[in-house]
Design a protein around this ligand. Structure first.
Ligand SMILES: [Zn+2]
Length: 701
């Protein structure tokens, strides 16, 4: 493993933060980032680092403190302020006790903070406190886990790292690990590091550099030992055309996603949805076809991963990719068994749980599909991505162990359960309270003023947003704007709504990326100004293709995916007040939108049995969102200004003054209307919500 320490980089960080933090805490952050940037050392918030120092107090003397990484914070981006100062004396006295429950330990950690506003300190705070070095670094290094997680693991570690490293049997992180480490040190004060079986490695030093160097050195020794036992051969690959894999994935992902959702009877949405992240590269597939099934369906490398992955993945053998219904019943059967086993496992061990911890749903987070790869699930794309990265790492290490003809070993089931349900681990799981968590929404015509406004609001409300538009460069612009709010939950796909192939391709792309679709906002539309007498029939048909045909094509595609997922769905058509109150010279727009509106009403009847709701919002005169002009404005604004002898502000005032509430209608108002329906606040379908400030002639009847 490469040693990435650079004095000039370290000094650059010191000069950047030097005014606010001690040199040592800045170097602590620097080497933490180096560890965090190495995926084979830690993944997504795993691992932890600390520094022993002084904390100013209101009394004359400052207090001995441990600056420990906050629980769940990502080392790769660690800031000096992400280290929580805890009272060393208090921790040392806890380490002297015989037994402390998880709950009491968590309380003790929180109470030991010297800044009560700081986040929760790492679960491994106690062990950092008892270790000797001023700087302590702990990782879940792949190479170490490849040694500890096999039969005779302890011997492998000793042979690889020598006698200067203590090897500790597996115990639960928290108080038990802290106490065990303290005991080992009292007997062997000369050790320079510790390997914790089935967990990872911890090293220390008097400087950030010394501790970091030691970590890299020991992990490199473990890597060299592994290479010696089983030289890395060229990966065995399974040949499969990438596009056939993508097609299969697009075809089955919505079925998988639907079956992985957890029913929530009595709530607005019938289930808690998941988002998928696939792992279908050739390396994964080679491992799936070469590893023994018993090794494939075994727990992850370290207990830290259990809250993300659950103890076991699910495995679908010989899937029927030709007949989707047959695939569904194959998977249903696998998941029924999985859920049953998970519930039984929970029942077996639940008596040890503290009252604050409840059972997780019984669905797998990792599903291996023979011949396709892994589908990894999370409550949102960010958590699904963590599961995916852990799965890739787990498979690679299991592959190394298999290459050594080693036998994979993990802690006892009881210990896995205790780790999966450890109170402090539960706190790492993000709490989502939005009605749109895990929901994937597509907005068409998203590069326009109304479309982009809707997308921003949906993103803010917690949805995953697929932005589509025919104009690729404007789409990229909007994507970049939206990514400022949340880069994970936005994806952009080019789409021509008037072309069924283009719509099908864009839907497939979404299924391959996130696994399915729950809601569709039909917003793409064109306007044209002309009297009927002078109407160019080709212009009329151009509007018809987008406004009417496009609506039909999108409704068809959405209906298909909703039926496959079987988790309901929502459609909102951005209609117009012109459906109810058409205007002269606006025939093409009014007629084609009226047809779209009628299609949506019919869809509300045809799709209700699948728990799909179809509603319409009917705005009037939305001309811009921020600096973005609407297509409607481009079409009608200049002409109307000329005809009425008004400037831009004058025209806006004209539209405002013609409604009862004298309201200027904005994209934000339209977005609120869309959100009202997507969040299912009322049991409503086939309805139109006017967003026009009150126009008696246009009131839906
Ligand atoms: Zn750990």
């Amino acid at each position: 493993m490469k040693n990435r320490w650079s004095d000039s980089e370290a000094e650059a960080l010191v000069s950047r933060y030097g005014r606010d933090y001690s040199r040592e805490l800045i170097l602590r952050s620097y080497s933490g980032r180096l560890l965090g940037s190495e995926k084979s050392l830690v993944l997504h918030g795993g691992g932890n680092t600390s520094l022993k120092g002084e904390y100013p107090s209101v009394h004359s003397k400052s207090c001995r403190a441990l600056f420990i990484k906050a629980s769940g914070f990502d080392l790769a981006a660690i800031e000096p302020e992400d280290h929580v100062a805890v009272d060393m004396r208090r921790l040392e006295s806890v380490a002297m006790l015989d037994d402390v429950s998880d709950r009491a330990m968590l309380n003790e950690l929180l109470a030991s903070r010297l800044d009560q506003g700081a986040p929760a300190p790492s679960i491994e705070t106690l062990v950092h406190a008892v270790l000797p070095g001023r700087f302590v670094d702990h990782t879940h290094a792949d190479a170490i886990l490849a040694l500890t997680n096999q039969e005779d693991g302890e011997d492998h570690v000793r042979r690889a790292l020598g006698d200067g490293v203590a090897v500790l049997p597996y115990v639960k992180p928290g108080f038990p690990l802290g106490r065990q480490a303290a005991q080992v040190l009292s007997d062997h004060s000369d050790v320079i590091a510790m390997v914790w079986m089935h967990h990872g490695i911890v090293v220390w030093g008097e400087t950030a550099r010394e501790s970091y160097d030691r970590m890299i050195e020991l992990v490199s020794q473990a890597e060299a030992y592994l290479d010696q036992c089983a030289p890395r051969s060229g990966e065995t690959t399974v040949s499969k055309a990438a596009d056939s894999c993508e097609q299969q994935l697009a075809a089955i992902a919505p079925i998988v996603r639907g079956l992985l959702a957890t029913p929530t009877p009595g709530s607005r949405h019938s289930c808690q949805r998941v988002v998928l992240q696939p792992l279908t590269d050739t390396k994964t597939n080679a491992l799936l076809s070469n590893l023994e099934t018993s090794l494939l369906i075994s727990p992850p490398l370290t207990g830290d991963h259990l809250i993300r992955t659950k103890p076991l993945p699910a495995w679908l053998e010989n899937p029927d990719f030709v007949d989707e219904e047959s695939f569904r019943s194959q998977l249903e059967s696998v998941l029924t068994t999985y859920s049953h086993n998970y519930q039984v496992y929970f029942e077996r061990h639940k008596s040890r749980l503290s009252a604050a911890v409840t059972a997780h749903d019984s669905k797998p987070r990792v599903l291996f599909i023979d011949g396709l790869g892994a589908l990894c699930a999370g409550t949102d794309v960010t958590s699904a991505r963590i599961v995916r990265d852990i799965t890739a790492q787990t498979l690679a290490v299991k592959g190394r162990i298999a290459a050594m003809t080693g036998v994979y070993r993990v802690p006892e089931e009881e210990q896995l359960f205790d780790m999966e349900y450890l109170l402090q681990q539960q706190l790492k799981l993000t709490v989502h309270d939005s009605a749109l968590t895990g929901t994937i929404v597509m907005v068409t015509g998203a590069a326009g003023a109304i479309g982009s406004g809707i997308c921003a609001r949906l993103l803010e409300a917690g949805a995953h947003v697929v932005i589509t538009d025919i104009d690729e460069s404007r789409l990229t612009e909007v994507r970049e704007e939206l990514e400022v709010h949340n880069a994970d939950r936005v994806m952009a796909v080019r789409q021509d709504v008037s072309d069924a192939d283009s719509v099908a391709a864009s839907f497939s792309k979404v299924f391959q990326t996130w696994g399915g679709l729950d809601s569709l906002v039909i917003n793409a539309g064109l306007a044209h100004v002309s009297t009927l007498e002078q109407m160019d029939i080709d212009e009329f048909r151009r509007l018809e293709r987008v406004n009417t045909d496009g609506t039909l094509i999108l409704l068809q595609a959405a209906s298909q995916v909703f039926r496959k997922q079987r988790t309901g769905g929502d459609v909102v058509l951005i209609s117009t007040k012109n459906v109810f109150a058409p205007g002269a010279e606006f025939g093409a727009y009014s007629a084609t939108k009226a047809a779209a509106h009628q299609l949506a009403r019919i869809a509300s009847q045809e799709m209700a049995a699948d728990d799909v709701r179809v509603n319409m919002v009917a705005p009037d005169a939305v001309f811009s969102h921020g600096t973005r002009r609407s297509g409607l404005w481009d079409e009608v604004g200049p002409g109307r200004m000329r005809a009425r002898g008004l400037d831009e502000a004058g025209l806006e005032a004209y539209y405002r003054d013609r409604n009862l509430l004298k309201a200027r209608i904005t994209a934000d108002h339209v977005a609120e209307g869309v959100l009202f329906f997507l969040e299912r606040r009322t049991p409503t379908t086939g309805a139109t919500l006017p967003i026009d400030g009150g126009l008696p002639d246009a009131t839906p009847r």
